[in-house]
Ligand binder design. Structure first.
Ligand code: GDP
Ligand code: MG
Length: 599
């Protein structure tokens, strides 16, 4: 198939607007899969993705399509993008592999925050945009209204906006024809020096890194020596291929092809997403634009419940890191929790996914500490350093200034919730930036907010205060000085390092009161009375007391029903699963997260 009949595109949408369902319909229509192979949501490979209904890893599928209008054969590459804000960079790289996008908007929900965030990424990459209103079959659908929103936003006419029901298979042919007629063919010359964009990479223990690539210039062949333009590392190509959708080997990939490459690359960091592959003998002068190293923004401690699982936990992290170069970890010792790891993540969702995978795939039970951001600290003697673990924040008198990361948060809500949203943002130390009416009913509000406040249950509050109507996105803005202090928690007179957190001085008293109160309820009664105190430096700001256990719970069963007794023991064991002896006090997992739900 000639280059002018190649179409590289992606589907972008706010979560749940029907991206995966539409991808399935496109695979069906192009007969990429037999019915038996066709299982729902083919592109969402991992179990976890299926369960959570989100797409983490990028995928590219090669499809053949015969146009009903032109009668010609076309080669499509459908590139899947992850939908969540934590993965913005990956979305952006996978879009750089395309020439056009299908922008899916739910006919009942209309445009939402991630619709916009994804749209801006597509515009940044200069892509042709095909707007599709999906779920027109829903009783609550308002395709005319949503079409109006889209027309205003994109400056298009109503006949450029397609209507579809991915679920019912309606409007799919029109979408396929729009891809043929509206998405441009890849430019680039197959005889020029090689430039292939790495837009995903995955580690396989036998073949090394499997890089997903989009060839923008030149041709790559099996056996050829290639060079990674950022790291300068060189390799020899072992395998090339495409997913159609089964992996299919090829001798070469040329301009317009999207597929995979292996070259005995043993280290994921040698094939970074966003890097450009070129030929070692005839290198290109410039890499493709937009290489960016990803830095973790959120950190937390992971500690095995059972100390003998420490090595298993390290192995699990090593394995996960191979496929996920944005995951960071280093050994950490906590006085309270023993040996564990301090881990860095791109965002909260990324953190949850990694935690869940460790528990599920490696069967390790963990205590996780509350997430924290990275602080920049300047000491009184002029030294500058960063702190990603609250317990390591120095004493207040030795600090000259603490700076924290701020984000630009975009929140989209129906009119009637504007008041509640502003109240939450205000409470979270936000500074109002802008408010824009998208139409009679929807408002786009932007605030500058410290990232640490977003980490502390911002999204949950937003959802509950707006009955789920708010949608939300953020991007890092930069560091600014704040009046921050470290709050320590003392249990029975001992500082529990894993419970320390950083708080704005104006909220310190209130938070100290709230957390001691909460811990009192979360930590079960012990044989003795346990004071719970919150302190800044040596100054106690709040206190409550866990009363001693009244009597042995089993005592009342003596002589009684044996099954009842066993049930009681069973129940206690259940509750104990996530307990950790901290000094002389038994502390449950929830206690380490208590600081997240303080308001
Ligand atoms: P994604 O998060 O954008 O990938 O969305 P999914 O494809 O997973 O779809 C989210 C939900 O919407 C699923 O329950 C789908 O069955 C449903 N859905 C998708 N397309 C349609 C449609 O055209 N009509 C209706 N009624 N439901 C749909
Ligand atoms: Mg999906």
């Amino acid at each position: 198939i000639k280059q002018e009949n190649v179409r590289n595109f992606s589907i972008i949408a706010h979560i749940d607007h029907g991206k995966s369902t539409l991808a399935d319909r496109i695979l069906e229509k192009t007969k990429a899969l037999t019915d038996r192979e066709m299982k729902e949501q083919f592109l969402d490979a991992m179990d976890l993705e299926r369960e959570r209904g989100i797409t983490i890893k990028l995928n590219a599928v090669q499809l053949r399509y015969e146009s009903q209008h032109t009668g010609e054969d076309y080669l499509f590459h459908l590139i899947d993008t992850p939908g969540h804000v934590d993965f913005t960079y990956e979305v952006s790289r996978s879009l750089a592999a395309c020439d056009g996008v299908i922008l899916v908007v739910d006919a009942a929900q209309g445009i939402e925050a991630q619709t916009l965030a994804n749209l801006y990424l597509a515009l940044d990459n200069d892509l042709e945009i095909i707007p599709v209103i999906n779920k027109v079959d829903l009783p609550a659908a308002d395709p005319e209204g949503v079409s109006k929103e889209i027309e205003d936003l994109l400056g298009v006419t109503s006949d450029e906006v397609l209507w579809a029901s991915a679920k019912a298979g309606k409007g799919i042919n029109e979408i396929l024809e729009a891809i043929v007629h509206r998405v441009p063919a890849p430019e680039g010359n197959p005889d020029d020096p090689l430039k292939a964009l790495i837009f995903d990479s995955l580690y396989d223990p036998y073949r090394g890194v499997i890089a997903s690539i989009s060839v923008k210039e030149g041709t790559v062949k099996v056996g050829q020596r290639i060079r990674m333009m950022q790291t300068g590392k060189e390799f020899e190509v072992n395998e090339l291929g495409v997913f159609n959708p089964k992996p299919t080997a090829k001798d070469q990939l040329t301009v317009g092809d999207v597929g995979f490459l292996t070259a005995s690359i043993k280290n994921v960091s040698d094939s970074r997403v966003g890097d450009t592959i070129t030929s070692a003998n005839k290198p290109a002068a410039e890499p493709l634009p937009g290489y960016k190293k990803l830095n973790p923004m959120v950190f937390c401690g992971l500690f095995p419940v059972d100390a003998s699982n420490y090595n298993d936990l390290r192995e699990a992290l090593e394995r996960l890191e191979l496929n996920d170069s944005s995951l960071q970890y280093e050994a950490e010792t906590s006085q309270a929790l023993g040996f564990g790891f301090r881990c860095g993540f791109l965002g909260l969702l990324h953190m949850e996914i990694i935690q869940e995978r460790i528990e599920r795939e490696f069967g390790i039970q963990m205590i996780t500490t509350a997430p924290s951001v990275i602080y920049e600290v300047e000491s009184v003697d002029g030294e500058e350093f960063t702190v990603d673990n609250p317990s390591l924040m120095p004493d207040p008198q030795s600090i000259k200034e603490v700076r924290e990361p701020f984000v630009n948060a975009t929140i989209m809500v129906p009119n009637e919730y504007v008041g509640s949203v502003m109240e939450i943002c205000q409470k979270k130390r936000g500074t109002f930036q802008d408010m824009e009416y998208l139409d009679d009913n929807r408002v786009n509000i932007t605030y500058e907010i410290p990232l640490s406040e977003i980490v502390y249950d911002f999204f949950d509050q937003l959802k509950s205060q707006t009955k789920g109507y708010a949608s939300f996105d953020y991007e890092l803005e930069g560091y600014k000085a704040s009046n921050l202090v470290k709050m320590d928690i003392w249990l029975n007179g001992d500082t529990i390092d894993a419970l320390s957190f950083i708080v704005h001085r104006d909220f310190a008293f209130e938070r100290g009161k709230a957390i001691t109160h909460k811990l009192k309820d979360l930590i079960p009664r012990q044989q003795f009375e346990v004071p719970v105190q919150a302190a800044i430096g040596n100054k106690i700001v709040a206190r409550s007391t866990i009363k001693a256990m009244r009597k042995n719970v089993l005592a009342k069963c003596y002589g009684g029903d044996i099954t009842r007794k066993r049930k009681l023991l069973e129940k206690q064991k259940e509750g104990k699963k996530r307990m950790k002896m901290v000094g002389s006090v038994e502390v449950p997992q929830e206690a380490f997260m208590a600081v997240l739900e303080m308001d």
